[in-house]
Write a protein that binds this ligand. Structure first.
Ligand code: ADP
Length: 690
């Protein structure tokens, strides 16, 4: 019987398990004697055992078969080119197989099959009865394997606890782990405290590129499945292809690198997951309960070291720093937005949302023109040019809120670069400056007004100076004219004729009115300056009115008019400049007399209403039209009426009176019906003491 490798296996029906009990000839790298494996793992053997049919595979048939079976590839690689596998049948039941392999690609024909089946019939009984032995053998092999395994695990423990710089011993670790668990690629990653970001710290073996130092979000990564409980997670074929690939697109890279199964081991230190180990294999189902339990032991050996490692610590530290930065970002009173290199919005803080009126959903991923009002393209482009050339940009640009309001925003935008000097982000700080600009404008306006006021005050001062000097110049000769006219009109010698005396009266009247004019001009020139000062004292209004009436008596008598005074039932006290109030009442009475017919009545009424003294001068004169009533208090205003125009006057009296009364915190009012009469009322606050 030709063969280069012979294996006799025992099949345990109860366990559905096959154990190699005799191995001879060409040897594999890792020999299989004593090793048991589930029957379904070997398709070739399954058919032989279950159907009790001998398999003969030569040449191309064998090559094809070898290509389909991972186990057979290993045998092909050591030179096997043909296979004869026949069942060992004892009392109708399959108790094992006889497997013959030869380097000769045409070793087995019909004759060899018959021969093999005869041999099989011979040894089947022996195998059946030696099962006990196989079990014992298996146990001792297992014991040895376990003790080796424990040694290796302990060694891993020693390696990782020998240093705080875990990165120095990762490779050593991977080498040891390979003795215990089959893998073609191993990755260790650390996790941030809330297990949302994984950072690769060891990447070894085939498959996708080296990702040491790279960070991956945990959600959407297959490791999230292993973090739900703290046990190793096994994803073998066909589940891996069917369930995992569609849900985790990142896994496709692994699949296309030929890695078809993965076992993920959470690293748990003091009840906290601090990282994961990924074992990946090209085999379809290399991971099982046993590899998982070994992996869990390895995991517990290194979890503590990972948690204590410098790298992990610094990760936590930078995490903390990041948290602080995030808090600053979130709570900043200034709006902050982070833009991608194309100007689209990656993130914004709450202040930004408050400022713009948009929700976060609406704002995120918007392009660079998001808040640009129409007609601002040139300004925005200029800023953008500066930024894309890698420089910071500061300035004020108009923005538009969600509600359409356009407002000025002070921007400070800075590019952020990666290690290669590429722009990766722009960080923009925005501040709504409408209030500030408004305040600046107001201040400018106030300053302009101040200047104007100062100029006006200066003009008023110059005017007053002019009037004062002019009126002094006028008064001196006027006083001389009036006194000499007085002296003359006394006519001590009795030499003046009646006509001459009449002329003297004209001189006296005119010089008096000229004097009044000078007085009015002087007062008027003081309006708007601080020269119009009040000399206040407590004044009883009845007494004041009586004295005014008395002094006005000659004027009124000259027009045969009568004055009636209506008093209040109690004394009425005001705190006032009695000279100025006298001037006002005199002016009103003079007007009433001037603008009324001869022989008419003038009434002066005094009333106390709600702590205000009301002094009214009522006449039966020409009256004032409604439109003119609005103007009579403006300087130099005089009625267009002819009967008013012929009367002497400057149009200053009421303007001065109004200012004087207002300086007393009072009011002056007029009510009048044309051609029937006018009433002027002066209203002044009374003093508390009566
Ligand atoms: P003047 O009497 O010197 O013209 P006023 O300032 O005292 O200046 O008065 C302004 C104008 O108001 C008068 O020209 C006149 O048209 C009108 N006016 C004032 N008092 C009366 C009044 N009692 N009756 C009619 N019109 C009056």
């Amino acid at each position: 019987m030709p063969f280069d490798r012979v294996v006799v296996t025992a099949f345990d029906e109860d366990l559905n398990e096959v154990t190699d009990v005799l191995v001879d000839g060409l040897s594999l790298e890792q020999e299989t004697i004593g090793i048991s494996y589930p029957l379904p793992e070997s398709k070739i053997q399954q058919n032989v055992i279950l159907n009790q049919q001998t398999l003969v595979a030569n040449n191309s048939v064998y090559q094809e078969l070898a290509a389909r079976s991972v186990a057979e590839v290993q045998r092909y690689n050591i030179g096997s080119r043909s296979l004869l596998m026949t069942p060992l049948v004892w009392q109708g039941r399959t108790v094992g197989t006889l497997n013959l392999r030869s380097k000769d690609p045409q070793a087995y024909g019909e004759h060899q099959r018959e021969l093999a089946e005869q041999i099989a019939a011979q040894i089947a009984g022996a195998i059946a009865t030696s099962k006990q032995y196989a079990l014992l053998k298996k146990e001792s092999v297992e014991r040895e394997r376990l003790s080796k395994q424990n040694d290796t695990i302990a060694e891993i423990g020693r390696i990782v606890s020998s240093t705080f710089r875990l990165q120095d011993v990762y490779s050593q670790f991977a080498e040891k782990a390979r003795k215990l668990i089959p893998f073609d690629r191993i990755v260790i990653a650390t996790l941030n405290p809330d297990c949302t970001i994984a950072t690769d710290v060891l990447v070894e073996g085939e498959g996708t590129k080296n990702t040491v130092g790279k960070q991956f979000p945990v959600p959407g990564n297959v490791r999230e499945l292993a973090l739900r409980n703290h046990d190793p997670l096994i994803l073998n074929e066909p589940d891996y292809s069917k369930e995992i690939l569609p849900k985790y697109p990142l896994e496709r890279d692994q699949m296309s690198a030929g890695l078809r199964s993965v076992m993920i081991v959470p690293l748990v230190s003091r009840g906290v997951v601090v990282g994961t180990i990924h074992f990946r294999s090209r085999e379809n189902s290399p991971y099982n309960q046993e590899t998982a339990s070994v992996a869990a032991q390895i995991g517990s050996q290194i979890a503590g070291a990972v948690a204590a490692s410098e790298q992990f610590e610094s990760l936590r530290r930078s995490e903390k720093l990041l948290r602080t930065q995030v808090t600053v970002f979130e709570t900043s009173a200034d709006s902050i937005n982070i833009l991608r290199p194309d100007g689209s919005i990656e993130s914004v803080n709450d202040a930004y949302l408050k400022e713009t009126g948009y929700t976060r959903e609406e704002a995120l991923n918007q392009g660079p023109g998001f808040l640009r009002p129409p007609g601002q393209d040139a300004e925005y482009e200029e800023a953008w040019d500066t930024l894309s050339s890698g420089r910071s940009w500061f300035g004020v640009l108009k923005s538009v809120r969600k509600n359409g309001e356009i407002y000025p925003v002070e921007h400070s935008v800075t590019p952020v670069f990666d290690d290669d000097g590429e722009i990766v982000r722009f960080v923009g700080i925005r501040r709504d400056v409408s209030d500030r600009l408004q305040a600046e404008e107001d201040r400018a306006a106030r300053m302009r007004l101040d200047v104007e006021n100062r100029e006006l005050a200066e003009i008023a001062r110059q005017r007053e100076e002019f009037f004062t000097s002019v009126s002094h110049e006028l008064r001196t000769p006027l006083t001389a004219i009036m006194s000499f006219a007085d002296i003359l009109s006394r006519d001590r010698q009795g030499t003046l004729t009646g006509l001459q005396l009449e002329h003297l009266d004209v001189i006296k009247r005119n010089s008096r009115s000229l004097n009044e004019l000078v007085e009015d001009m002087l007062d008027f020139s003081r309006l708007g300056t601080d020269r119009l000062k009040l000399d206040r004292s407590d004044v009883e209004v009845h007494a004041l009115v009586e004295s005014v009436v008395e002094s006005m008596e000659p004027t009124i008598r000259a027009k045969s008019q009568q004055v009636e005074v209506v008093s209040a039932p109690v004394p009425v006290w005001i705190n006032a400049d009695s000279g100025r109030i006298t001037q006002v009442i005199s002016n009103l009475m003079a007007n009433s007399s001037k603008y009324s017919e001869s022989g008419s009545n003038i009434r002066v009424e005094l009333e106390l209403i709600n702590d205000y003294a009301h002094i009214k001068v009522v006449d039966q004169g020409v009256g004032i039209s409604e439109t003119e009533q609005e103007e009579i208090f403006t300087p130099f205003f005089r009625s267009k009426r002819e009967d008013v125009q012929i009367q002497p006057g400057t149009g200053l009296g009421l303007a001065i009176s109004k200012t004087l009364i207002e300086l007393h915190d009072g009011q002056i009012q007029v009510s009048s019906i044309e051609n029937e009469g006018s009433t002027f009322a002066v209203i002044l606050p009374v003093t508390s003491h009566k």
